[in-house]
Design a protein around this ligand. Structure first.
Ligand SMILES: Cc1ncc(COP(=O)(O)O)c(C=O)c1O
Length: 430
């Protein structure tokens, strides 16, 4: 494969007209394909259907501790659900509080509490002139939407192959008291599929922030979402690491069963130190008498324990793997060696992150749309929707069928090629 940059203007123009013909042919098919949001496919949702049968009108709805799950009571989750999520989140049961159906909701609430009431006695963030958050980029758009919503200034921190640029994180948090937090997706990150290295986790646990109320928002949404049995990433558990480093209160961990059972109908939890959880429970009890215990019970009766959950995740992996492989195979075959984009083959999670030539991402997404393929909006992986290089595109292979995905990937690579050629010709004209 000759790199496009090594082709002459004439060669690029010939190639362009060939590719345009191919593009017009696909366009004429009037396809409707979607690789935008990371939703499980119907086949994945079908995996959990038996969960709908574990509770019925003749079921014993009394929990392990004798609690009647049909009634009010139990603020922070039934014991058996706490155990299940504690095992999933690799923390002791007493360091868990179960919330409702969404971890994103817990993250929103956690920031809202800090804004209105402060964190362990600190000044409420809303009373400060300035509050800032570090945002590893590319990252998860809904995290950035929360901090933007509360008027928190977001600072981009580049991701590396081992996690966020820790030199930058250490320096910034040590010198700026207005920096109150950092968003992290530490395992199979959204969108790159990167897992933070042991050293990165250790450096997080030993941070010396200027702000006493600085918190690491550790969103381990993809902790058990491996794609392969023989190639799996390992993430050091941060709550224990923070405790060992003498910073027990510095991290809030979040997770949910959204992409394990049913998104929007799963259970979500926060894991943190005793002091943090005490404060959270105090405020939570004003907000609710308790969350949905029947759903908690349903999840425990269905999965039984963490081993049941791990087995279940293998079935998800069997559905996801061919989809990831189809996209990666197309990227390798069609774009390998052309030097017009780079990507990482993840070992888990929900996304493949693609970096196009600078200034091309928006145009590629628009081009794909012309042929009926919807991608995540370019820029979405950055705070304020602004990718300074206009380069990153998030590919979400989970939802389409494998056949649709093959066509979608073909449209994508065609769009990348065409837009890149246009860019190269434009640059050559200058
Ligand atoms: C990193 C990350 N965190 C959280 C969520 C949403 O989780 P939940 O359904 O528990 O709110 C997603 C969903 O895509 C995600 O990618």
């Amino acid at each position: 494969m000759t790199a496009y940059k090594d082709l002459s203007g004439e060669e690029l123009k010939v190639l362009k007209s060939q590719l345009e013909k191919e593009f017009d042919e696909v366009k004429a098919k009037n396809l409707k394909l979607d690789m935008s949001r990371g939703k499980p496919s119907a086949a994945q949702l079908n995996l959990s259907m038996e969960m709908m049968d574990v509770l019925n009108s003749s079921s014993d709805l009394i929990g392990e501790d004798g609690v009647d799950c049909r009634n009010y009571g139990v603020l922070d989750g039934i014991t058996e659900a706490k155990q299940l999520l504690a095992d999933m989140m690799e923390v002791p049961k007493d360091n868990i509080v179960i919330f409702g159906n969404s971890s994103l909701n817990i993250m929103y609430d956690t920031i809202a509490r800090a804004m209105t009431h402060g964190v362990l006695g600190s000044t409420p963030w809303a009373k400060l002139d300035k509050v800032k958050f570090l945002c590893p980029v590319p990252g998860y758009d809904r995290h950035f939407a929360i901090t933007e919503h509360f008027g928190i200034e977001m600072i981009n921190v580049p991701m590396t192959a081992t996690g966020p640029d820790m030199d930058m994180v250490e320096k910034l948090v040590a010198e700026d008291e207005a920096i109150k937090g950092i968003w992290c997706v530490p395992k199979y990150s959204n969108p790159q599929g990167i897992t933070y290295s042991d050293e990165t986790v250790h450096r997080f646990a030993t941070l010396k922030p200027a702000a006493k109320d600085f918190r690491i928002f550790w969103d381990n949404a993809y902790g058990i979402h491996h794609l392969y049995e023989d190639k799996q990433d390992y993430l050091t558990e941060i709550l224990m690491e923070c405790k060992k480093a003498g910073n027990p209160d510095m991290v809030y961990k979040f997770s949910s069963t959204s992409k394990i059972s049913f998104p929007g109908s799963g259970i979500a939890a926060i894991a943190a130190s005793d002091a943090n959880l005490k404060e959270i429970r105090e405020m939570m009890k004003v907000q609710t008498i308790g969350h949905d215990k029947l759903n908690q019970l349903r999840h425990v009766r269905y999965f039984k324990d963490i081993h049941g959950m791990v087995e279940h995740m293998k079935k998800h992996a069997d559905i996801m793997r061919p989809k990831f492989d189809a996209v990666l195979e197309t990227l390798d075959r069609e774009l390998g060696g052309l030097e017009i984009g780079s990507w990482i083959a993840p070992r888990g999670g929900y996304f493949i992150s693609f970096d196009a030539m600078e200034g091309c991402a928006k145009a590629i997404v628009a081009k794909a749309k012309e042929a009926g393929l919807v991608m995540t909006g370019a820029g979405a992986t950055f705070p304020y929707g602004k990718d300074p290089k206009d380069s990153n595109i998030r590919i979400a292979p989970s939802y389409p069928t494998p056949e649709e995905l093959k066509t979608a990937a073909e449209i994508f690579v065609l769009s990348v090629k065409l837009v890149s050629i246009e860019k190269l010709l434009e640059n050559a004209d200058r």
